[in-house]
Design a protein around this ligand. Structure first.
Ligand SMILES: NC(=O)c1ccc[n+]([C@@H]2O[C@H](COP(=O)([O-])OP(=O)(O)OC[C@H]3O[C@@H](n4cnc5c(N)ncnc54)[C@H](O)[C@@H]3O)[C@@H](O)[C@H]2O)c1
Length: 260
């Protein structure tokens, strides 16, 4: 049911972290995978590690011409684009007053306009195939508000709106569009702020412990959720947000209250 045999999957931001694990999971499920990113060296090594059913192409998700080129080559090489995973993402941590507007625009460009352009690029092929699955990688920050992440949260909340509109526009053509909302990912995304975060370890721990299932989602758990939404196992699901967050957005867990 979750097989992707004979399917072609295009994954953005697949040179490392969550995207690389998603590419591997889709490949294990039988897909041919086009891994894309702007980190060419890392992307080439991911594709080489995955073997002959994987290739790497450079794709800056903010570039319309990159999308057109990669969609064309994928169709020429493989004949279809069955799955698009809009995973590429850019984080910025900072209060609104200390975030330069240009940085906020860049975050929105990668996290929101990127998937918009991706949907535009693959929709004609999926429409003519009469089927397709688009999975957008959002975040817990697109389900809850949090201080210090305004630009990023705005992009991920916007992604859920894009998902719903696209699901409604494309559903009659057999194309499903859903969002995975993880609480967890590649810690390297936080590298520029790591020193400051290390000084807040207790706060960071408390943030992830206050959950029905404490801790962060593993990259494998996120990739399994993406596979579900990419495959026929989710054939009647569209326009949905699938939190992979250990219940973080469900509410607060008070350990003492479980003893009453
Ligand atoms: N790291 C986390 O804790 C976390 C939590 C929730 C959601 N997410 C989301 O998961 C997704 C994957 O992030 P990750 O955790 O694996 O971090 P990551 O930094 O390892 O992966 C992001 C990838 O996107 C690529 N990228 C950035 N800008 C790009 C562009 N313009 N064009 C193409 N590729 C570009 C990067 O090169 C990188 O390989 C992102 O959408 C992110 O917002 C991450």
């Amino acid at each position: 049911m979750d097989s992707l045999q004979e399917r072609v999957a295009l994954v953005t931001g697949a040179a490392r972290g969550t995207g690389a694990v998603i590419a591997e999971r889709l490949l294990q499920a039988g897909a041919r995978v086009v891994a894309t990113d702007v980190r060419d060296e890392d992307g080439e090594s991911v594709a080489a590690r995955l073997g002959e059913r994987a290739t790497y192409s450079r794709l800056d998700v903010t570039s319309e011409s990159d999308w057109a080129r990669v969609a064309d080559t994928t169709l020429q090489r493989h004949g279809s684009i069955d799955v698009l995973v809009n995973n590429a993402g850019r984080l910025h941590l900072g209060r609104i007053e200390s975030t330069p507007p240009e940085t906020a625009r860049e975050v929105l460009d990668v996290n929101l306009i990127g998937p918009f352009l991706g949907i535009r690029a693959v929709a004609p092929a999926m429409r003519s195939q009469g089927k397709g699955a688009i999975v957008n990688v959002g975040s817990l920050d697109g389900l809850l508000g949090m201080n210090g992440v305004a630009a990023y949260a705005a992009s991920k909340w916007g992604l859920r709106g894009l998902t719903r509109s696209a699901a409604l526009e494309l559903g009659r053509d057999g194309i499903r569009v859903n969002t995975v909302c993880p609480a967890g990912g590649n810690p390297e995304m936080y590298t520029p702020w790591m020193e400051q975060i290390i000084g807040m370890l207790d706060e960071a721990k408390a943030y992830t412990e206050d959950r029905a299932i404490p801790g962060e989602a593993s990259l494998e758990a996120i990739a399994d959720a993406v596979l579900f939404l990419a495959s026929d196992a989710s054939r009647h699901c569209t326009g949905a947000d699938l939190p992979v967050d250990g219940g973080a957005h469900a509410g607060h867990f008070l350990p003492g209250f479980n003893t009453l």
